[in-house]
Write a protein that binds this ligand. Structure first.
Ligand code: ADP
Ligand code: SR1
Ligand code: MG
Ligand code: MG
Length: 422
């Protein structure tokens, strides 16, 4: 059966689809074994907010088919969202795969008519990082891997590496993802600070906290600055949704999935998303166990991971900058920044600004997950509402403080000290 127009796939039609696409039949080796097509199994495994994800497998081979429908899955047809997001996810996977192939699943296929991508299946023991954090599992290589992913994808798509002409060409390729950016502008930077039909929180416990956000003038001024930066600054190709459910892990492997929100935006949005979600995981720990003491060592590991992620990111990013200092990048022309003193000052200023951006965006991402439309399993799986509200309030208060005072932080160690105090 040919799929000549957009058709919503289900577990049965996915098999027909896969059989009709040579690139996918070949991944599953359908042509080598007459029985292989008959032995295919399909399971819809999507547990994200937006799309449908099918695992297609036979005894030896497997792949993932991910389809976007013209609305948001977790809300329904009442909230339309362009299905073109599949196109941007395909382009981003390709670009990130070129830059950091060890940390991104291989893209096998993109079908614009069907708004569908197919990619490598990340097999067990890979699990979604958020689930690992809820279960209290330590990942010793996580900070190193994610710092590598972020430093490389952000550096190699920035003006530190690109000429201004190349950069603008790249920016143009992704600027069509405007609807997904608009969605983020609403759910991250606007709705938590106004009355919205989509907002919800652990009521009645957090009712005063949610209301306070709408009257906090200083906070609203800071969020406006970040919203402008998000919408105006085409600094690098960012993933755009780099929370802990967009990372799949084993103790040895770290894979970044789901870059459908990718566009040229501020680097700090990715770094902040990851760090902010680790902070949410930290505050959820006490509610996830009967005795907070049970997760004492684990909470320390999360704090270490927050610190290591930023410090390793910093180290990797500056090393790439030094290595490519005399390349095509036009941000700091060697002829102008031609002595070690000014080079050092330039790097220090750039990295400090990036650090403060990351803290601001991270805090904004924490707030939206507590009072906005889409919450996180870390808190949602705390069944006792009093305990949940207590954990959420600590995270919310930390985020508000960081958002307002971010420029006072000189290093990530000071952020970790602040987390300990809440
Ligand atoms: P959404 O855009 O709806 O959030 P995701 O891309 O995050 O969709 O995928 C939803 C879920 O599908 C993930 O949480 C994960 O469990 C599973 N998944 C997605 N891609 C893969 C993959 N390449 N390998 C294994 N599982 C995957
Ligand atoms: C209705 S908001 C859904 C959220 O899920 C995605 O992962 C994005 O973070 C989006 O904001
Ligand atoms: Mg997802
Ligand atoms: Mg997604």
């Amino acid at each position: 059966m040919a799929f000549l127009e957009f058709t919503r796939l289900d577990e049965r039609s996915v098999i027909e689809y896969v059989k009709g696409v040579a690139a996918l039949s070949s991944v599953l080796k359908l042509e080598d074994d007459g029985d292989a097509a008959e032995k295919l199994t399909v399971k819809e495994i999507g547990d994200g907010n937006l799309n449908f994800v099918f695992l297609v497998a036979n005894s030896a081979h497997s792949l993932i088919v991910k389809q976007s429908l013209p609305y948001i899955r977790c809300i329904g047809e009442s909230w339309p969202l362009t299905k073109d997001r599949a196109y941007f996810e395909a382009m981003a996977l390709e670009e990130q795969g070129r830059i950091t192939p060890n940390h991104v699943p291989q893209l096998y296929h993109f079908d614009p008519t069907m708004s569908l991508i197919a990619m490598r299946y990340l097999p067990p023991p890979h699990i979604i990082l958020r689930k690992g954090l809820i279960a209290g599992i330590q990942y010793p290589l996580l900070a190193r891997h994610i710092a590598h992913f972020m430093a490389n994808t952000l550096f190699f798509t920035s003006l530190l590496f690109h000429s201004t002409l190349d950069h603008k060409r790249q920016v143009a390729k992704f600027c069509g993802n405007a609807a997904l950016c608009k969605h983020t502008e609403q759910v991250v930077f606007s709705d938590p600070y106004q009355i919205s039909q989509y907002n919800h929180w652990t009521s009645p416990y957090l009712d005063p906290d949610a209301e306070a956000l709408r009257h906090d003038n200083l906070l609203k001024l800071e969020i406006a600055l970040l919203k402008s930066k998000f919408s105006e600054q085409a600094q690098a190709l960012i993933h755009g949704d780099l929370h802990t459910s967009s990372v799949m892990v084993t103790p040895e492997s770290t894979q970044v999935i789901d870059p459908e929100f990718a566009f040229y935006g501020p680097m700090g949005y990715d770094i902040g998303a990851f760090l902010g979600n680790l902070m949410l995981a930290f505050f959820a720990q006490d509610g996830l166990v009967d005795q907070p003491h049970d997760r004492k060592a684990y909470k320390e590991w999360i704090l270490e991971t927050i610190e290591d992620t930023w410090n390793l990111f910093y180290k990797n990013f500056v090393a790439l900058w030094n290595e490519h200092r005399n390349g095509d990048g036009e941000a700091y022309l060697p002829a102008v920044y031609n002595n070690p003193e000014v080079q050092l000052l330039a790097q220090k200023r750039y990295m400090t600004q990036l650090f403060h951006d990351s803290l601001g965006f991270g805090a904004a991402k924490m707030i939206r997950r507590i009072v906005g439309v889409a919450h996180v399993e870390d808190f949602e799986s705390i069944t006792d509402a009093v305990k949940r509200a207590s954990s959420e309030r600590k995270a919310l208060n930390l985020a508000k403080m960081i958002l307002k005072d971010r420029t006072n932080f000189q290093g990530i160690d000071q952020v970790v000290s602040a987390i300990r105090q809440f």
